[in-house]
Design a protein around this ligand. Structure first.
Ligand code: SIN
Length: 544
């Protein structure tokens, strides 16, 4: 089967790329679960874009560079931020509804001008590291709103086909097949989870939009699908991977035994939520003058340090400054979820801990999503354009996904014309399962899943040391060997494929962390506690 475009993943990047690509050819989207399941769908806070008179592109650029701790690519930052308003208009065209000021009863706010009172103006939220209000949102379910609208548009499009429950196992490349040509993409092997059949899907234009890898860690704000599939696949295919040591921990994940992986959006702090310790007292002023609204790396490290200092299992987010009605209206998902476990956030502080949230590194690309492997584009969290540097500024990620998707498709159709069929001369073998048996002992796979995540949580977390990183390397090497035995010895299934990708992604994080001999942004090591000018460059890994 030959396709003009294959897009893997159905978050904001994959869906918006598909809608653009369909103007030029036929598009096949693969997703390992249902189309509505993605990291994007879990995004609460919103999408950053300069929208008000007291804000400017330069201010947004400066905030992004400041959070990125010296490692952002300034030209990329500028391009993405300046492209934002046009992409936001397109999202609105697809029906995405962002909240307006008139949607909420405004509480306790000084109103300086008539504009502040205008209920038809977009309601702009504020998050850590942003010097202005610039976060467009749909209550606290912005990602869900975007995904629902874009999925509806994709499903209605005659040139887009979505294959749900299809797991992309590996990229097919000229290099892997031994052809004497510069390494380039020829397609994808994908497991149809309904039939167990592995399909051979041809395309020389593959757009990876597979999101991040939060499940590499024991505690994460990500859905179960975030297993680093895209990075691991690209690595095996020979693409360059960059900055994997910069794993962002979100400071405020709900700490409750009944509700796992539930984010308390940074926008809650933007609206007056204050971090307090076990004694009920504020502590962030001891770490940064921006207090609870400092960039995430600083806040997450401060919480980690408070938890270690006091021996308590968590800190708290005090939201009692606003009424119940305010939280219920503006953050209905958070309000209801906390209520469901007996926490009325207008009266009781929310117990919170940091949890793995966002992969700032990924497949190294240009601002147009082009990777080092011909024909392979990586968009959104799976890619590393240089926008985030050593620490992503809140709500810049949905923005990157939609902007880079647009730019990537524009470039693909220039560089890889749809009517070029030269690659069809390459003969691609079908997937061979041989005499492989079905996995009979799933317990081994589940045990290894757990081991990877505990190892990363214990040894490769917010504060690192060389010794712990080396221990992690040794454990991951053992796990890698076992997973390879399974991969070659048994028929592939989703659990095994995800485990394989988790181990690869975890190893890339640890290898990158060992190569950075300084602390910067999200990478903090006790062995090198300072940032060093000589180390201020991306970490790059590739498989020769
Ligand atoms: C949040 O709502 O705090 C998450 C936003 C983000 O990660 O950009």
């Amino acid at each position: 089967m030959e396709h003009d475009f294959i897009i893997i993943g159905t978050g904001i990047a994959g869906l918006s790329a598909a809608l653009k690509a369909a103007n030029h050819g036929e598009v096949l989207i693969l997703t390992k679960r249902a189309a509505e399941n993605s990291n994007t769908a879990w995004a609460q806070g919103g999408i950053a874009c300069v929208m008000s008179d007291d804000d400017s592109f330069q201010m947004h650029i400066d905030d992004t560079l400041d959070a990125g701790a010296g490692l952002c690519n300034e030209a990329v930052v500028k391009t993405i931020i300046e492209d934002a308003p046009e992409r936001i208009r397109e999202l609105m065209y697809y029906g995405v509804e962002f909240d307006h000021r008139g949607d909420f009863k405004q509480e306790d706010e000084a109103t300086d001008s008539d504009e502040d009172l205008d209920p038809t103006m977009l309601d702009l939220g504020r998050e850590g590291g942003h010097s202005r209000r610039r976060i467009l949102h749909h209550r606290d379910s912005t990602g869900r709103e975007i995904v629902e609208r874009l999925v509806a548009a994709v499903e209605a499009h005659p040139r887009i086909q979505v294959l749900e429950n299809h797991f992309a196992i590996d990229l097919i490349t000229t290099g892997k097949l031994g052809f004497a040509a510069a390494n380039s993409v020829l397609g994808v092997y994908a497991l149809d989870e309904n039939s167990g059949e592995v399909k051979t899907l041809r395309s020389t234009r593959v757009l990876l939009c597979t999101g991040g890898c939060g499940k590499v860690y024991l505690y994460t704000t990500n859905p179960d699908t975030a297993t680093g599939d895209g990075v691991a696949m690209a690595w095996r295919a020979g693409a360059t991977i960059a900055n994997m040591e910069f794993m962002q921990f979100h400071p405020t994940c709900l700490f409750h035994h009944e509700v796992k992986s539930f984010l308390i959006s940074e926008a809650v702090r933007g609206e007056g939520g204050v971090l307090v310790g076990q004694d009920g007292k504020e502590f962030m002023h001891r770490y940064d003058k921006r207090r609870s609204l400092a960039p995430r790396d600083i806040v997450a490290r401060a919480i980690d340090s408070e938890i270690k200092r006091t021996g308590g299992p968590c800190v708290f987010l005090d939201c009692t400054a606003h009424s119940r009605e305010f939280w219920q209206e503006r953050f209905p998902l958070i309000f209801e979820t906390c209520m469901s476990v007996g926490i009325d956030i207008s009266k009781q502080p929310i117990p919170v801990v940091p949890a793995a949230h966002y992969m700032c590194g990924g497949i190294e690309t240009t601002v147009n999503g082009r990777s080092s492997l011909k024909g392979l584009y990586a968009i959104g969290e799976v890619g590393c354009t240089g926008l985030h540097g050593a620490n992503r500024l809140a709500s810049n990620s949905l923005l990157e996904g939609v902007v880079v998707a647009h730019r990537a498709v524009a470039e693909v159709i220039e560089r890889l014309p749809i009517d070029d069929h030269e690659h069809l001369t390459y003969k691609i073998p079908e997937w061979q399962s041989g005499n492989a048996a079905d996995v009979d002992e799933l317990v081994v796979i589940y045990h290894n899943w757990d081991e990877v995540r505990r190892c990363m949580g214990d040894y490769v977390s917010i504060v690192r040391t060389i010794n712990r990183l080396r221990r992690a390397t040794a454990r991951l090497q053992n796990l890698g060997r076992e997973v390879q035995e399974f991969y070659w010895g048994y028929k592939v299934n989703t659990d095994l494929l995800e485990l394989r990708n988790l181990v690869t992604t975890a190893s890339l994080i640890v290898d990158s962390a060992l190569r950075r001999h300084e602390s910067r942004g999200l990478h903090y090591t006790l062995n090198y506690p300072k940032s060093l000018d000589a180390e201020c460059h991306p970490t790059r890994l590739w498989r020769s």
